[in-house]
Design a protein around this ligand. Structure first.
Ligand SMILES: C[S@@+](CC[C@H](N)C(=O)[O-])C[C@H]1O[C@@H](n2cnc3c(N)ncnc32)[C@H](O)[C@@H]1O
Length: 224
């Protein structure tokens, strides 16, 4: 099934946009606020936590590049925290230019420039987006393709387990475990018990941490 064919754009509760996939009845982000959710799950619980190790370069791997919102917020984070990010993101169904042009995250003119660079940067090669943010977008399928390795923080931003259960299996989490460095983190908005058990079986040490607006908890997994 091609999940990119019938996508629609809708507004979330913080005014920011997200995409909806009618075939799965699934949103790309929380309807409680796309920007709020991404800032909490990936930046606060992921990057801020990893920075307790005081790294000057962090290698990030994202599952599901989607609209590029997480990449944009991460580029902002890198600048504010004076930290270099090498951000690798995989996507099976890239967002079209027409869809991208309609997305609105209430961002400043300066950020629009970065966002456009993030979108237009060529696929399958490492590119400099800003002084502290390098991006490699890979048009890959997490289930079928061989992935690069050496990551410190994984943003596991797949569609929910009840919509795409094949992405939340022990074998996918083993694949994540293998591409991650020692003392690294995987964060996801999801808090499902089976997903947690699958992460543990794959080798991770997993904790429940406070979730974004509208969600009590989320999962954070560590490769020790
Ligand atoms: C929740 S959305 C990601 C949102 C994104 N991180 C953002 O900032 O907009 C999930 C993404 O996973 C992608 N996806 C679905 N199946 C995939 C697969 N097998 N391999 C790689 N990506 C996949 C979808 O196309 C979608 O873009």
């Amino acid at each position: 099934m091609d999940l990119s064919k019938n996508r629609k754009i809708i507004k979330t509760n913080d005014g920011s946009h997200t995409l909806v996939v009618p075939e799965l009845n699934e949103h790309y982000h929380s309807i409680h606020g796309a920007v709020n959710e991404a800032n909490h799950v990936f930046l606060k619980m992921g990057l801020d936590e990893f920075m307790k190790q005081k790294a000057s370069l962090v290698n990030v791997f994202e599952v599901g590049f989607g609209t590029g919102l997480n990449a944009l917020l991460s580029a902002k984070w890198a600048k504010i925290n004076s930290c270099n990010l090498h951000y690798t993101s995989i996507e099976k169904y890239p967002v079209s230019k027409e869809e991208f042009d309609q997305l609105n995250y209430g961002i400043s003119v300066n950020e629009i420039e970065i966002y456009e660079k993030i979108y237009s940067t060529p696929w399958n090669e490492l590119n400099k987006v800003s002084k502290s943010f390098y991006l490699k977008k890979l048009n890959l399928d997490i289930l079928k393709d061989v992935l690069p390795g050496g990551f410190d923080v994984v943003f596991f931003d797949a569609f929910a387990p009840n919509k795409q259960p094949e992405l939340w299996t022990v074998s996918v989490f083993k694949k994540m475990y293998e591409i991650m460095n020692k003392n690294s983190l995987l964060v996801t908005y999801c808090c499902q018990g089976q997903a947690k058990r699958n992460m543990i079986e794959a080798g991770f040490s997993v904790e429940k941490v406070p979730g974004p607006p509208g969600k009590r908890e989320m999962l954070r997994a560590r490769k020790l």
